[in-house]
Design a protein around this ligand. Structure first.
Ligand code: ZN
Length: 418
């Protein structure tokens, strides 16, 4: 068995892992990297040179280049039903926002949805001499890890989290008896705060501002984070005046139709009965003007209806802007945290509303990444990808020096024998 990497080395983005067995060539993920002015694509590979493609989850850094594989007759693409449905929404949005720079069209997106092969957690499929098994990754609804078994066995973790959240149970019983692991390293340098502490702090701060008559804008990713924030508020009894806006509404409805992919379904269902869906201008105006919580994309304040609310909230000291994820440097969210400023209609303004950050994450943190690698037998091959160079290096060094694993920081296009 051999493994090589067409992207995702020393960067968060354009994941693309090629596994070759004696007879089969299998591509795991084919993502893009968001970048200005144009997104970056992984190395080229032709669908006719592949026997199968697996998409671990719908985030564009894992799926954004997959429609390219539908050209020239295409190839078999495996993912969960949830991943295909979420990808449909995200890929169409991606085309709408950056279509000019994207080398495929909506036809290829439709083809991916039409021809995609739906798999469930625990399923195994045979592709020539390889068996491919799909395991729950606990990252977002529908996310999987991929176990490839032929003469050797390789686990590709994709993005994963072993922690329980309000929506998901987390990845459980990850395979230990493998010859090689390709692991993500996004937060190899970061210890995540305790989830319960984070939730409690968030809710206490929300309640404090609502009691003052303020409005709390929670810019959140449309997929999973927005719905998770709804669930947290529901769990703590904050049920009145919670608004949900933008693509997050559509994705909530998708989650509600797909019980098997949301382990916290009951809580989500209760929360959905209380949340107010914003689907027209009148409701948006009311949400922006009345005390309460507004959950709205974009998570880093780059576009989406959050921008509308921001303009109406920024100069009110009794209101708040609560960021609920890491903010990528260079985004408006990162600038708000660093300088306390935003741009409103082309002008830089000071923000008077209370600004806070709560570091919720859908990835494993440093301890979780290390703990899984610690369960492997000495000598197991480990490849650290999908992280900044320092993070990938740190995890590989730890695996090699502390755990006696055969860990490397892979190089692009180099083929590694397993
Ligand atoms: Zn992801």
């Amino acid at each position: 068995m051999r493994v090589s990497f067409l992207g995702g080395i020393g960067e968060v983005g354009r994941a693309a892992v090629l596994v070759e067995t004696r007879d089969a060539r299998i591509l795991l993920d084919y993502g893009v990297k968001p970048s200005e002015p144009e997104p970056l694509f992984p190395g080229h590979i032709s669908p006719k040179d592949l026997d199968a493609v697996v998409i671990t989850h719908a985030h564009l850094d894992h799926s954004g280049a997959a429609p390219l594989l539908m050209l020239n007759g295409g190839v078999k693409v495996y993912a969960t039903d949830m991943t295909f449905k979420l990808s449909d929404i995200l890929l169409r949005d991606f085309l709408k926002l950056s279509g000019y720079y994207i080398p495929y069209e909506v036809l290829e997106v439709e083809e991916l949805l039409r021809r995609g092969i739906r798999v469930n957690y625990g399923d195994t499929v045979k592709v020539k001499d390889a068996e491919i098994t799909f395991l729950d990754a606990g990252h977002i609804p529908g996310s999987i890890q991929v176990l490839v078994n032929a003469d050797k066995t390789l686990l590709y973790t994709g993005d994963y989290s072993t922690r329980k959240t309000r929506l998901l149970s987390g990845a459980k019983n990850m395979p230990r008896d493998v010859d090689a692991v390709v692991t993500e390293a996004t937060y190899a340098l970061t210890e995540h705060p305790r989830r319960m502490d984070l939730e409690r702090d968030f809710v206490n701060d929300v309640i404090e501002l609502i009691d003052l008559g303020g409005r709390v804008l929670v810019p959140a990713f449309a997929v999973a984070r927005s719905q998770e924030m709804m669930c947290i508020l529901e769990a703590y009894g904050v049920r009145e005046s919670v608004y949900l806006d933008g693509m997050a509404v559509k994705i909530l409805d998708l989650f509600l139709e797909s019980k098997e992919f949301v382990q916290g379904y009951q809580l989500l269902y209760s929360a959905s009965k209380h949340v107010m869906r914003v689907n027209d201008r009148k409701k948006r105006k009311r949400a922006a003007e009345s005390p309460g919580v507004i959950i709205s994309p974009a998570g880093m304040l780059k576009g989406g209806p959050a921008a509308y609310y921001l303009e109406r909230i920024f100069d009110d000291p009794y209101s708040g802007i609560f960021l609920v994820s890491f903010q990528v440097p260079g985004t408006p969210g990162a600038r708000l945290l660093e300088e306390g400023k935003i741009t409103v209609r082309g002008e830089d303004v000071e923000v008077k509303a209370r600004v806070k950050q709560f570091l919720f994450s859908a990835h494993s943190g440093r301890s979780e990444l290390r703990s899984y690698l610690g369960s492997l037998s000495p000598g197991t091959k480990v490849f650290t990808i999908h992280g900044e160079p320092e993070a990938c290096r740190d995890l590989a060094d730890y695996a090699r020096n502390e755990l006696s694993l055969d860990a490397v920081l892979p190089e692009k296009h180099h083929k590694y024998e397993i």
